[in-house]
Design a protein. Structure first.
Ligand code: C5P
Length: 232
């Protein structure tokens, strides 16, 4: 049987990947993988169990054994994240957890431990995969690869608005510094660093609102998957 088609959407935080992916998955009725949530849940579990963020073997053991499930909450929304029967959707979205996730994500054995789990999301009729290395590594044979960028300033503003809307208290200056630190760590790590795949289409969203980005992506999808032409 042939493999399910995959659309990868990679890029740094604050580029609007999450919203675009959720809308796209709903429109196409495809599965959605929010790979960042996996790294966040590993970091969250480590903190709760008192595991240090540089204890690579303990962190990899957490990554292998996560009892984790995602539930779709509809277009534009994050998935509901259920860890060992508790809803952790809100706590894993904090900046602290995002930062810890990026430290955990730099460890090769943790990435390896999460690889098969991510690939299991590839099921019919298709998958939208949101992350940093979806197109370069996890689904390097994806049918369509998109890489979203935006200026660091614009991304910080968007994250600020998004977190405020979720009731998470943040300060723009701290947030900008956190984002810069996370970008640096994600780009400089040895395994699967953040970069566009050679065959990715790069879209700079600095000057675009979310609807314009969605339209641009829908038209790429329509061109790539002619049989889905009726969906837009
Ligand atoms: O996308 P999100 O902000 O939830 O990701 C949290 C962190 O997880 C990122 O800063 C990055 O370090 C890591 N990550 C990764 N590879 C992915 C997805 C996320 O390294 N595919």
């Amino acid at each position: 049987m042939s493999k399910a088609p995959v659309i990868t959407v990679d890029g740094p935080s604050g580029t609007g990947k999450g919203t675009v992916c959720s809308v796209l998955a709903t429109k196409l009725q495809w599965h959605l993988l929010d790979s960042g949530a996996l790294y966040r849940v590993v970091a969250y579990t480590a903190e709760r169990r008192g595991v240090a963020l540089d204890d690579e073997s303990a962190l990899a053991a957490i990554a292998v054994s996560l009892d984790l499930k995602f539930e779709n909450r509809g277009p534009g929304e994050d998935n509901k994240t259920i860890l060992e029967a508790s809803d952790v959707s809100q706590p894993i979205r904090s900046e602290k957890c995002g930062n810890a996730a990026s430290r955990v994500a730099a460890l090769p054995t943790v990435r390896e431990a999460l690889l098969q789990r991510q690939r299991q999301f590839r099921q019919m009729p298709g998958l939208i995969a949101d992350g940093r290395d979806m197109g370069t590594h996890v689904f390097s044979d994806a049918e369509l690869k998109i890489f979203l960028t935006a200026s660091a300033e614009e991304r910080a503003k968007r994250r600020y608005k998004q977190l405020k809307e979720k009731g998470i208290n943040v300060n723009l200056r701290d947030l900008s510094a956190d984002i810069a630190e996370r970008d640096r760590r994600d780009k400089e790590r040895i395994v699967s660093p953040l970069k566009p795949a050679e065959d990715a289409i790069v879209i700079d969203t600095t000057m675009c609102d979310v609807n314009a980005v969605n339209r641009q992506i829908f038209s790429l999808v329509q061109n790539r998957f002619a049989d889905l032409a009726a969906f837009v």
